[in-house]
Design a protein around this ligand. Sequence first.
Ligand code: SAM
Length: 190
Amino acid sequence: HYRCRSAFKLLEIDDKLHILRPGLSVLDCGAAPGAWSQVAVERVNALGTDPAVPTGFVLGVDLLRISPLEGAVFLPEADIADPGTQRTIQNLLPAGKVDVILSDMAPNATGIKELDHQKLINLCLGLLNLSQSILKPKGTMLCKFWDGRESHLLQSRLKEQFQDVRTIKPQASRKDSAESYYLARLYKGK
Ligand code: SAM
């Protein structure tokens, strides 16, 4: 019932590393068509389906339109790198903050590997910047990157701001040889 196979990457990562729990609030960046948001809605109990555990919150943002999903709030046709979008996100979040930032964002690939790599690293660095205003202390950030010469730069920035940073290569994305994820946990805050 997932909108896209990419769901299995997040399920696999979360089964192993437990980043989503009932009651957490999540920002899903690059959310279209919405499969990661579906997983997040289930795992944080955003619909309150299980009354015995806390109810979470999911906000998905994308440049594209996204079909509505019960339990999620979507901000479509919005560029995460745009300061206007960032203000809107803050206003939509409960108390203006999240526990988890997910990013499966990918720029339109040009086919020039080095350029695509750089664009995605820049998107991730921008997100890291945004995390300073919206991520709760001890929060988590999971972001996709395409490996290349600037990966270590992103990794060292993450290490400055999070206590625990690891590289993940889900089985579900083995086909795509360049794709990996950084999982950064325990945000140090300001
Ligand atoms: N995780 C999604 C799912 O499971 O349905 C799939 C995400 S898809 C691989 C990458 C998405 O990132 C695309 O929909 C694209 O529009 C979005 N994206 C790329 N750059 C973006 C930006 N600057 N702001 C917001 N979304 C962006």
